[in-house]
Design a protein. Structure first.
Length: 156
């Protein structure tokens, strides 16, 4: 009988910067993203006192990530970015667990909304967001690569 892989989803620390950078580079290439954050932006996001990155590890290996960024243009809101699970780790529910962690954290900090955008061809991600209660909204940012804009209410 095969051992059940150990899954840990946690807030990322400064020491996780190399692992996050590697995951993000794969994300940019895998998804053909051309609006890439420079390394100093990733480090700044990681160091945010309230929000930041969450990291999924499967059997100790960095497997996926998601980012919560401030969204100062919308009161009581955060923006979810860079949800990614490396292909060799897919099929273990990591994307959902990463979103669970991000949503719970945002809720615990008193935020009421999570906003996100996606490209139309990211159908698996968009389906995940919709299953989780994200609803389509008008454009809320200037991301030229995004075609779909969604948000979720965290608290009633």
């Amino acid at each position: 009988m095969a051992a059940v892989p150990e899954l840990v989803v946690r807030r990322a620390f400064a020491s996780d910067l190399p692992a996050l950078t590697a995951l993000l580079l794969r994300y940019y290439v895998d998804q053909d993203i051309w609006l890439r954050d420079p390394p100093e932006k990733t480090a700044a996001d990681l160091a945010h006192p309230q929000l930041g990155f969450f990291l999924a590890e499967l059997d100790g290996a960095p497997a996926g990530c998601v980012l919560l960024r401030p969204l100062p243009s919308i009161p009581s809101a955060t923006e979810c970015k860079r949800l990614y699970v490396a292909p060799e780790f897919r099929g273990h529910g990591l994307a959902g667990r990463l979103m669970d962690a991000a949503e719970a954290h945002a809720r615990s900090t008193g935020l009421r909304w999570i906003y996100l955008d996606s490209r139309a061809e990211m159908t698996t991600a968009v389906a995940l967001y919709r299953r989780r209660g994200y609803e389509e909204i008008p454009r809320f940012n200037d991301n030229a690569e995004a075609a779909i804009f969604l948000r979720k209410r965290l608290v009633e």
